[in-house]
Write a protein that binds this ligand. Structure first.
Ligand SMILES: *Cc1c(COP(=O)(O)O)cnc(C)c1O
Length: 637
């Protein structure tokens, strides 16, 4: 897509095209006339907007270093509003008699700032929380004030978990226990009798419908969670025996996260409705139909059923669910519908920003006019091959060149050619690869062996962040996030790059990028000028990335800034959370930093005793170590 025609000036529209910001931005992100990425947290027509570069200068003025994770509270609010409004509209359109209640699953992003904002803003819609462990349940209870909001307890439950949930019920919370395994029911019955609470009980079922996408095994017959039909019937029988069928109120299933195809969603609703009807026929109280998560995010903006995308809009999702439930349930009273959308609720609100530290690229070293005297014949032959390259003999030349390169490497190994000769051979070879890349552009169909040639020639941009800490899914499951420069968008991006982080792990890189068709191997970027900062943003990172991240190479949590925009385009930083210091991360892996400092001090003292350093130098050295231990774990300037 890069324009070759130098007469045509690069425009901001071209950048919008190349990076696809309007495809994946959901109306929250755009490019300003200054060529900077702007955030419009109330959506396109909401008026206020802010440039990420303004935020970056505000941060550096305050001495906040990159990398930084921004959280836009208004975007979170907008996503919650959209979810509820779309369900409300669909309910009206189909004259559905039940209600809709949203629930946010804490595991998707557990940070207090997020939970606090969802429960604060969501209260007007009675938006609830889903907990999957004791810790999440305790956090949930402490933030929900609205007793009409649902509190869903999933996950493995021990006696303590059950008791906490029962106490919440006693206090008036709509706290549901979702039975995931048959063994949980006797415990709930026993503790409920003991604490004299009538519990709200739900059942999680395994559907035979499965879905495409990364997480397809969360649903379906092979899922480790949920009851099969025999177990479900046993639960009903046990409850009936204990006179508790009126406690069974909720049916739950979760197909998996990021379900790209609406047909899978519809099919699962149909199957679950049959189970719901069956439970009503059995005499269970019912009244709640909980579809779990799965509402996908269109990370690449392609609107397809590709794993990084979705082939439906939020409006279609809501309409399809309401329509199918209404049609499938027949005469059965319409239940309250619950969804547990995590990803779609929080993905958009967070943006990761980092600066580029350095770039490495293939320098075009011009080939010598004449070969040095006594050059090995293989090298001379290789040079001849390179000179004979044209668009007709590409593959033949390539095979010959690879043959000579490999022979030359063998010769070097056996001591038959010098280091300098080998270096000359490599220069010739890479020059040749560059020429092939140029020729290949004229081809309509690129032969398989040249498909990744652009990657081998791409620049490497070194980025001040850790993939493992901040974007773990790109490493773990090849997840794609939109990435682009946040400024200079009026300039043509003249380089093709892959990204490397600052861990020393060869997996600490990003070499797959979003595209409307398939996946791109390189990212167009602007030429890097070491004198000037160049900033990239990774977008839609609010879901799953923060706590799945790890301390690879002991690079810690990044700085985090919450941002709230006012109606007049003003903004304020809310909830500033300083990233980990070196001391923090060392303590996570059980070091005692006082002990570390005294060990270094002892080594310094020893160095004085043996005359390796002077006493004054010891002071300087110790000051450097003490400052280092208090510093940020990332690259500081
Ligand atoms: C993880 C999870 C969710 C969240 O799914 P999303 O696809 O992120 O919306 C919802 N419910 C359950 C039971 C989960 O385990």
């Amino acid at each position: 897509m890069i324009k070759n025609n130098s007469f045509e000036r690069w425009s901001i529209e071209d950048s919008i095209d190349v990076y696809g910001i309007q495809n994946w931005g959901a109306g929250y992100f755009d490019v300003s006339e200054k060529g900077e990425v702007v955030v419009t947290p109330m959506g396109k027509n909401g008026g206020t907007r802010i440039s990420l570069m303004d935020i970056i200068s505000g941060l550096s003025a305050r001495g906040m270093h990159m990398p930084v994770l921004l959280r836009f509270e208004n975007i979170l609010d907008s996503q919650i509003t959209l979810l509820h409004e779309n369900f409300r509209n669909a309910i009206k359109e189909f004259d559905y008699k039940g209600d809709y209640k949203g629930v946010y699953p804490i595991k998707v992003n557990q940070q207090q700032q997020i939970i606090e904002e969802i429960t604060r803003f969501g209260a007007q819609y009675h938006h609830g929380l889903e907990a999957g462990s004791k810790a999440e349940l305790i956090a949930a209870i402490s933030f929900i004030k609205d007793l009409d909001a649902c509190l869903i307890c999933n996950g493995y439950k021990d006696e303590e978990y059950v008791d906490l949930g029962l106490y919440a019920r006693k206090m008036g919370y709509q706290c549901f226990f979702v039975i995931e395994r048959p063994g949980e029911l006797p415990l709930i019955i026993e503790r409920a009798a003991k604490l004299k609470v009538k519990p709200l009980i739900g059942v999680r079922v395994k559907l035979s419908t499965s879905a495409g996408g990364h997480w397809s095994e969360s649903g379906g017959d092979r899922s480790v969670f949920g009851l099969n039909m025999t177990q479900l019937v046993n639960v009903v029988d046990t409850l009936r025996k204990n006179n508790m069928l009126d406690c069974l109120k909720l049916l739950h299933y979760h197909l998996g996260s990021q379900i790209p195809n609406i047909r899978d969603i519809r099919a699962s609703v149909v199957e679950a409705c049959r189970i719901y009807s069956g439970l009503v026929e059995e005499g269970a109280a019912m009244g709640f139909f909980n579809l779990g998560g799965g509402l996908a995010v269109d990370y690449d903006g392609s609107q397809t059923n590709f794993t990084s995308s979705r082939n439906y809009t939020l409006e279609e999702y809501c309409r399809d669910i309401i329509e199918v439930i209404k049609a499938s349930l027949g005469d059965i009273p319409h239940p309250t519908i619950i969804t547990e959308s995590g990803r779609a609720t929080v993905a958009y609100c967070s943006v990761l920003l980092f600066n580029i530290l350095d770039v490495s690229f293939f320098e075009t070293i011009s080939l010598p006019d004449k070969m040095p005297k006594n050059t090995h014949e293989h090298i001379v032959n290789m040079m001849d091959v390179v000179k004979s390259l044209n668009s007709k003999n590409l593959q033949e030349c390539y095979h010959d060149a690879v043959y000579y390169r490999d022979e030359i490497r063998q010769l070097f190994k056996h001591g038959n050619i010098s280091l300098r000769e080998r270096a000359l051979a490599e220069t010739i070879f890479w020059n040749f690869v560059k020429n092939i890349a140029k020729e290949i552009k004229k081809y309509k169909y690129v032969p398989d062996e040249f498909e990744k040639i652009d990657v081998s020639l791409a620049d490497i941009y070194y980025c001040n962040f850790s993939v493992f800490q901040s974007l773990p899914d790109t490493w773990a499951i090849d997840h794609l996030f939109p990435i682009m420069p946040v400024h200079r968008l009026g300039e043509a991006p003249s380089r093709q790059a892959i990204l490397s982080d600052i861990t020393c792990d060869c997996d600490g890189k990003i070499s797959r990028f979003i595209d409307l068709h398939d996946v791109k191997n390189t990212l167009p970027l602007h030429e890097f000028n070491p004198e000037k900062e160049y900033y990239l943003g990774v977008f839609l990172v609010g879901a799953y990335q923060e706590t799945l991240g790890d301390l690879h190479n002991l690079l810690g949590d990044t700085n985090v800034i919450g941002i709230r925009l006012g109606d007049n385009g003003d903004y304020k930083f809310v909830g500033e959370i300083k990233g980990d210091s070196v001391e923090d991360v060392l303590s996570y892996v059980e070091y005692d930093t006082d002990d570390i400092i005294s060990r270094i001090r002892a080594m310094a003292e020893d160095a004085i005793q043996h005359g390796r350093i002077l006493v004054e130098e010891r002071r300087e050295i110790m000051e450097a170590f003490e400052a280092g231990i208090r510093g940020y774990t990332y690259f500081e300037k």
